[in-house]
Design a protein around this ligand. Structure first.
Ligand code: C5P
Length: 225
């Protein structure tokens, strides 16, 4: 991953295309990728993905969290990605064959990310590492894990997989319902390639200033890697 890349993933955790578009307009110069989650995708479907790309998003990450039999997942990945998606998630708990089906359906231009374990569930480092190894075996391009797990996952999977971490909080910001958090700088030092950061930006008095401060913290962490 080049050090020039902007690793910030901003989740569009809103229920309408208009609200999503507005956030893209405000933040597109400072955010690497915009994430469409289940709330927006259930409300507006592939149309939301197209609208966000049209509003100036450099890349769209569809957090679809696919989990079903392989044939269904392959079809769902194909349909979901046809709207112009750069990254899509599938649950590692669906197994290697299901992850392979997601990779086939998504096609060569889309990075399939295996969700190792939901951070709302208890999981040991070993379970997370095993799930990441399954994603590697299935041909996924990356995985999603807590930043606390990132260093051990990187050690196990090597440089091939992109590591995406939610649960990132700048020092002094409210953790909200995230329990196991890390600062952006520490998450980058732990080996994360992408940081999903929502509420610390969305709820800030000045979201643009908040995201710029995070970018500065990331730049200085890279300088000390
Ligand atoms: O607002 P906050 O920074 O906590 O947002 C984190 C985003 O990452 C949300 O969209 C949430 O759904 C997502 N996410 C997460 N934990 C996971 C997977 C996804 O927080 N394990």
């Amino acid at each position: 991953m080049s050090s020039a890349h902007n690793p910030i993933v901003f989740p569009l955790d809103v229920a309408s295309i208009d609200d999503a578009r507005e956030w893209v307009r405000r933040l597109s110069d400072e955010v690497g990728v915009f994430k469409v989650g289940l709330e927006l995708f259930c409300a507006a479907g592939p149309e939301a993905v197209r609208a966000i790309a049209d509003a100036g998003a450099a890349g769209v990450f569809l957090d679809a969290k696919l989990h079903d039999i392989p044939a269904t997942v392959e079809g769902a990945a194909r349909e979901a990605c046809s709207a112009g998606v750069r990254m899509i998630t599938a649950h590692c708990q669906g197994g290697v064959e299901m992850l392979r089906a997601a990779v086939r359906g998504a096609g060569d231009d889309v990075c399939v990310l295996g969700v190792t374990r939901l951070t709302s569930l208890p999981a040991s480092q070993d379970e997370v590492t095993q799930a990441a190894l399954q994603a590697l075996e299935a041909g996924c391009g990356g995985i999603v894990c807590s930043p606390r797990e990132a260093a051990a996952v990187r050690e196990a999977v090597g440089p091939k997989l992109q590591i995406v971490c939610p649960g990132v909080r700048p020092a002094g910001s409210d953790a909200g319902d995230q329990v196991r958090v890390m600062t952006p700088g520490d998450a980058i030092r732990a080996g994360a390639d992408w940081l999903v950061i929502g509420r610390p930006i969305r709820n800030a008095a000045d979201p643009l200033a908040a995201v710029r401060a995070i970018r500065e913290e990331i730049a200085s962490a890279r300088g000390t890697q």
